[in-house]
Design a binder for this molecule. Sequence first.
Ligand SMILES: CC(C)(COP(=O)(O)OP(=O)(O)OC[C@H]1O[C@@H](n2cnc3c(N)ncnc32)[C@H](O)[C@@H]1OP(=O)(O)O)[C@@H](O)C(=O)NCCC(=O)NCCS
Length: 188
Amino acid sequence: MAMRDRLGMRDACVEDSAAIAMVQAKSWRTTYQSIAPQILEDVDVHQWAAAWSERLMEATSNRALLVLEGPPGVIVGFAAAGATRLPGEWELFAIYILEEFQRRSGGRWLVSEIVDRARRSGAVRLAASVLSQNPSVRFYEALGFARETAGKRLIHGRTVEETRYAYPIDPGPMWIEPDRNKASTGDP
Ligand SMILES: CC(C)(COP(=O)(O)OP(=O)(O)OC[C@H]1O[C@@H](n2cnc3c(N)ncnc32)[C@H](O)[C@@H]1OP(=O)(O)O)[C@@H](O)C(=O)NCCC(=O)NCCS
């Protein structure tokens, strides 16, 4: 497991499903209570744990589910991302860190690892949707995500605004093929 700032990061495994769902539920409460409390009606730890477990059982290279550990063995955050239907696009579907472990660069670390995974699978952009009132919009902006669109969404009868961000993934240096002519003809 990679370690930084006394946090650890690793790929999630099926046994982590319940802990991931618990972090998600706790983080939803602290994040949305003041900005969109109606969304909390959707919190269902058992159903979420089952969904994460199902997802973790299908191994695939075009998605990532990473966890952050605070004390060793204790999951305090996670991020889930994967390819969308748009060619070259990955989306950060979820990123949640318990309040007491926020602002220790864990979010930045998770996103940078996801960008690396997305790049390796050939993606050129990482998209993310955030409720516009969520202070974490500043997290995306600090990391270099650009604001693309904003739109209204209805959640349990109340309208919220959602902002769509995208991060341009640098494809890395171009691979230059060795000069085959020189190597194969033997010409001076
Ligand atoms: C959003 C979240 C994942 C960010 O992770 P984090 O570990 O707290 O953030 P980092 O420490 O990596 O922050 C990197 C930079 O982003 C910016 N940033 C992060 N959170 C911020 C906030 N609430 N307000 C303003 N700027 C913020 C800062 O510039 C920060 O750098 P700094 O701490 O050196 O000033 C985490 O705070 C979280 O889980 N929040 C609650 C859930 C949530 O809103 N998830 C996103 C749903 S779309």
